[in-house]
Design a protein around this ligand. Structure first.
Ligand code: PMP
Length: 349
């Protein structure tokens, strides 16, 4: 018998890291352990609720202008969305309309395959090597588009500008998206390459280095034609993606560059210290250029460590997926939080 259920879109949703209701040491979703800039607090206090009466600017011009000035582009080179998840999903809809499969690494941000399924885009995954490094030559074949994070997640490995350039050189006829969610923690951004390659879209976020995961702001920078195409899709879907407060407060955050640089440096320093301490406890890890470490222990199983830490109210991320099911992804918190992690690990191991 026919039912309405036959026509329901069937998707296996992305599963975000747990947001516990009680206070725990939360090292499971790569949030920033520091509050946003004091300028954000000030902006929130000065925010005029009266403006909520009106629809926000559908062009998001003020925030695009601040970001364009900060990175040395024109507002026409900048697209903003509700977190980079929204931006990337919009980019999938806009650019990945070929019959050929899009390509992304087999170990990567697990949302890519979910969007591909949702938007009915064929895809193939490209295996990373035994050290979790992306093999660029494996992307030099016919495809409908390319996306990868740099640094990759959850491996934390960052590739060089030359590496990305090679992928671009060998993929001139499709859009290549570089997801730079974690680029501010020591990697080299390829933003400048967007001037040379009209098929490169670089996506960044306020959620990690800018300490504003809760505000939901992401952005893409690229050639004006790419950005116009994304805007056309956005205006065919939902004109008012960004709310008034995100537009205003996001802009104020970008203006406090000193605080942004200070807190990212602090996280990098804590990451490097934590690496050494984990090594002493028998952990191995990749060379992280992100605000998290991707670790495995020489003797104790990752899943057991994950569960034991949870018992102690320390949340880290465990992915029960092929190739990485003996690894943990640990977000870099404050020095005090990392002290508690090390103490707990000493008890567990
Ligand atoms: N890309 C990668 C690689 C990520 O890890 C995340 C965070 N889950 C995102 C994009 C999305 O982040 P947001 O939507 O908060 O900007």
């Amino acid at each position: 018998m026919k039912t309405w259920r036959d026509n329901v879109r069937k998707v296996v949703p992305y599963v975000p890291g747990e947001q516990p209701k009680r206070k725990v040491i939360k090292l499971n979703t790569n949030e920033n352990p520091y509050p946003p800039s004091p300028k954000v607090e000030e902006a929130l206090q000065g925010f005029d609720a009266e403006c909520l009466r009106l629809y926000p600017d559908p062009d998001c011009f003020s925030l695009r202008t601040v970001l364009a000035e900060y990175y040395g582009f024109e507002p026409e080179n900048v697209f903003v969305g509700v977190g980079s998840d929204d931006v990337i999903s919009m980019a999938f809809m806009t650019f990945f309309n070929s019959d050929k499969p899009i390509l992304f690494p087999d170990i990567t941000y697990s949302f890519y395959s979910v969007w591909a399924d949702l938007h009915k885009i064929p895809y193939e995954t490209v295996a990373v090597d035994e050290n979790f490094k992306i093999i660029k030559e494996d992307f030099y074949r016919e495809n409908g588009g390319v996306i990868f994070p740099n640094p990759n997640a959850p491996t934390a490995i960052c590739e060089t500008l030359e590496f990305v350039k090679d992928i671009l050189e060998n993929n001139r006829d499709v859009v290549v998206i570089v997801d730079e969610a974690y680029i501010d923690f020591g990697g080299e951004s390829v933003l400048e390459l967007t001037r040379e390659y009209d098929n490169l879209l670089v996506v960044q976020t306020f959620s990690k280095s800018r300490s504003m995961a809760g505000m939901r702001i992401g952005y893409a920078i690229g050639n004006q034609e790419l950005i116009k195409a994304m805007n056309d899709v956005k205006f065919s879907f939902n004109s008012y993606t960004m709310n008034q407060s995100a537009l205003y407060i996001g802009g104020e955050e970008v203006k406090d560059d000193e605080y942004f640089k200070k807190t990212t440096q602090k996280i990098i320093a804590t990451r490097e210290k934590t690496k050494e301490r984990l090594k002493e406890l028998g952990f191995e890890y990749t060379d992280s250029k992100a605000n998290f470490l991707f670790v495995t222990h020489k003797t104790k199983k990752a899943k057991d460590i994950f569960e034991d830490l949870k018992q102690k109210d320390i949340f880290v991320r465990y992915f029960n997926l092929p190739r990485i099911d003996n690894y943990l992804r640990i977000t870099i918190g404050t020095d005090e939080e990392m002290d508690s992690l090390i103490t707990a690990l000493k008890e567990i191991l």
